[in-house]
Write a protein that binds this ligand. Sequence first.
Ligand code: UD1
Length: 344
Amino acid sequence: MANKIIVTGGTGYIGSHTVIELQKSGFEPLIIDDLSNSSPKIVDLITRITGVKPVFEKVDLCDLPMLQKFFKEHHGIAGVIHFAAFKAVGESVTQPLQYYHNNLVGLLNLLVCMASYDTANIVFSSSCTVYGQPDQLPVTERAPVKQAMSPYGNTKQISEEIIHDTAQKSSLKGISLRYFNPIGAHESGLIGELPIGVPDNLVPYITQTAIGKRDKLTVFGNDYNTPDGTCIRDYIHVCDLAKAHVVAVKRLVDGENEKPHEIFNLGTGTGYSVLEAIRTFEKTTGVKLNWAFSDRRPGDVEQVWADTTLANIKLGWKAEKGLKEMMASAWEWEKNMAAGILQS
Ligand code: UD1
C-alpha cells in the first residue's frame, strides 16, 4: 500500500488529530512543522496515544532547499495533507505581507517539490471564510466565493486557486476541505488546541474563562438578525474533521476523485448561536461562565452553516459528534493543560 503521507503543520491543532487518524487507518504520516505555533511535545503525546512514533522534522516550507532535502530523503510519498499556515485573522490584517509570504510561498514550494518528486495528491486545509456571508443557508460548495474579509481569508482563496489551476495542467490532484468551526479535543485528553496568548476563537476563550485564566468572556454583539441576536456558526469536532482528511487523501491515492480539484464543506450541517454554545458548555460541564455582551466584532459574519451533502455522498463521511461532546472534550483538555500535561 502506498501509505506515506506528509502532514505539514502536523504538530498543530487539526494536524495532530489527523496524524492520529492516519496512523489508525494504516497510513504512515510524516510530520513537518516549523514549530512557530506548536510544540515538539505533541509528537510524544501522539506516540503515547497510538503507540507509534511518527517521523517528525522541523521544516519551514518557505525554505525550499530544506523542503527539497526532506522530499529527497523520504521516497514514495503517496500524498500530502497541507495544514501549515498562519491562521490568526486579526494579525493577518496588521501583518499582511507576513501572511501572504508564509501561506503562499509555503504552498508554492510544496507544489514544486511534489512535482519534482512525483507526488501527485494534495489535501488542502481551506475554510468556510471563503463564503463570507452567504446569500443562502445552508451554504453549498456552489455558492460564490466572496471578497475576502482579511489577508488570512484571501490566502485561503488564492491557495485554492493555485491548486485548482495547477491541477488542470499537470498530474496534480487536489481536494480542498472548507472547514466550518473546528473545536474540541482528542478523547484521550492528551492533545487539543493550544492557543498562544489570548485566544481569538470562542471555545478556547470559554474554557480559559471557566478555568480562571480569563476574567470574563465577551460575547460580540446581541443585535444580529438571528433568533437570540448572537452570531450562528457550524461547530465541528476536530476528530470528525481529522477523519475526513483520511477519507479525502485515500480518495486521491485510490484515484477515486472525479475532477482534478474537488472541494468539500466540512461541518455538521447544524448552526448554533454563541449563547447556545455557552449554555451547552455550562450544562455539559456544570461550570458557570462569567460573560457579558459587547459591541459586534468587526469582520464577523452573522450566520453560516454548511450543507454537507456533497461530503456525505462523495466522501461517504459524516460528522458524528455533537456540541455536547465537543464542549466536554474541550473542557477535559483545558483541565489537563492546567494540570501541566505539556510539562510532564
Ligand atoms: C474565525 C475565522 C475563520 C477561521 C476560524 C477558525 C473570522 C471572520 N473567521 O471564525 O476564518 O477559520 O476562526 O480559526 O475571523 N465570539 C465571541 N467572543 C469571543 C470569541 C468569539 O462572542 O471571545 C463569537 C464570534 O463573534 C463568532 C463566534 O463566537 O460569532 C465564533 O468566533 P470564532 O471562534 O472566533 O470563529 P469565527 O470568527 O467564526
